[in-house]
Design a protein around this ligand. Structure first.
Ligand code: AMP
Length: 140
């Protein structure tokens, strides 16, 4: 059995849409879906009806925030043209958080890891927002 989050059912046209887009995927297994649903705690810095931003549990920089869509999308490879606005909203949330955290002017890095080879460990898309220390290039 799988269940869909209420906002997903509400905002995306109901169970048929969910079935078409997620098949048998069990969103109750997704830790970021649980954070978005308020089922497990997170240090949330920003949220609106589409996205939320919370501190990474294992920070790699003085500021390390994750921006996620509320709706489950496993990887960047799963993005559809109709998700363009949602991804834009993630970037706007990152900008807001960077300003809140005081790193907007000095600079910060945003990263999406896509699939295991790039280091993705949580399969619900997320934008890392890292700042508060010098960032090197190329990344490891
Ligand atoms: P990635 O390796 O790109 O998939 O990034 C996943 C990130 O999620 C890692 O930086 C983890 O430290 C972070 N993470 C995993 N579980 C949690 C959690 N419950 N709350 C906050 N951050 C988490």
């Amino acid at each position: 059995m799988w269940t869909a989050a209420p906002w997903l059912m509400h905002s995306s046209g109901g169970a048929r849409w969910v079935e078409q887009n997620y098949g048998e995927y069990d969103m109750t297994d997704c830790i970021f879906c649980k954070i978005a649903a308020g089922e497990i705690p997170a240090d949330i810095l920003y949220e609106n009806e589409d996205v939320l931003a919370f501190r990474d549990l294992n920070p790699q920089a003085p500021t390390h925030v994750l921006v996620i869509p509320r709706r489950h999308i496993s990887t960047l490879n799963d993005l559809q043209p109709e998700d363009a606005e949602l991804v834009g909203k993630m970037s706007l949330a990152a900008k807001t958080v960077a300003r809140q955290e005081g790193i907007a002017e000095e600079g910060y890095r945003t990263v999406f890891n896509c699939n295991a080879g790039a280091g993705q460990t949580v399969f619900h898309i997320h934008m890392h927002v890292l700042g508060g220390r010098p960032m090197h290039w190329p990344p490891g």
